[in-house]
Design a binder for this molecule. Structure first.
Ligand SMILES: [Zn+2]
Length: 248
């Protein structure tokens, strides 16, 4: 069979291409779905874990397993597994392990900061000069997670793009903390708070509408646009790098 008795999870996590005793598992965990696309060979150890969803395998999604399977199939087709005896060594194993690690990290990042969420956050900033505190703290969680040691892409290109994205987010968050205030002061949302950029300078909010205040406000708006644009560009670059490196 196409997996040549190599385990998709051993390969996905560690780039391990050793032959293992294993079983065919159902990716969707529905044993009546015997469609070839739903079947994957995994080693006995990982099979138990996948069934019980414990330990390292915990949290692994069907999509993830599908992607490991696809990469394993490609590796087998290239013959990467030929001549691999225990313990596996060499550049291929290392490269596969790095990709497995980086792919997991990307999925983790993508869950914390979904593309659509970020777009909406930036759109609201740029069109309404406001944001919800829950959104800002989500972004703060994202950047906190990836400035911790250990949570880094191993690939230097990817890790550089992520660093630039986090730098952009940092600059934006600092700006928001400096120029946005709770507005209106009385809010009726039990679990969230809306902040607006200098409401006392904004003629549509609490601003006096003087030329001076409007000129000041325009200056802040331009800065907000610049910082939001920087984040958009950094995010696009990051996604592009992920696409090229992980999914080519
Ligand atoms: Zn395994």
């Amino acid at each position: 069979m196409e997996s040549a008795r190599r385990c998709a999870l051993c390969f996905g996590f560690d780039g391990d291409l050793q032959r293992k005793k294993g079983q065919i598992a159902h990716i969707d965990q529905n044993s009546s779905n015997a469609d070839a696309a739903n079947l994957v060979y995994i080693c006995l150890e990982h099979h138990d874990e996948y069934d019980s969803k414990t330990s390292q395998v915990k949290g692994i999604t069907e999509v993830e397993l599908q992607s490991y399977k696809a990469r394993l199939t490609a590796a087998i087709a290239r013959g990467d597994h030929l001549g691999v005896s225990a313990p596996q060594s060499g550049a291929i194993a290392k490269e596969n392990a790095i990709r497995g690690h980086d792919e997991r990290l990307f999925r983790q990042a993508d869950e914390l900061l979904q593309e659509r969420f970020l777009q909406e956050f930036l759109n609201q900033l740029q069109s309404d000069d406001s944001y919800w505190i829950s959104s800002a703290s989500r972004i703060d969680t994202f950047r906190g997670t990836f400035t911790e040691t250990g949570n880094q892409f191993i690939d230097t290109g990817l890790s550089e793009k992520l660093r630039l994205l986090i730098e952009g987010l940092d600059a934006l968050l600092v700006f928001l903390a400096r120029t946005f205030f709770v507005y209106p002061e009385q809010q009726h949302h039990a679990d969230d708070t809306r902040l607006c950029m200098f409401p006392e300078l904004n003629v549509d909010r609490a601003g006096p509408g003087t030329a001076e205040s409007m000129r000041k406000y325009d200056k802040f708006q331009a800065e907000l646009d610049k910082l939001s644009g920087d984040v958009r560009a950094a995010y696009d670059q990051y996604r592009l790098a992920v696409k090229h490196y992980l999914y080519l």
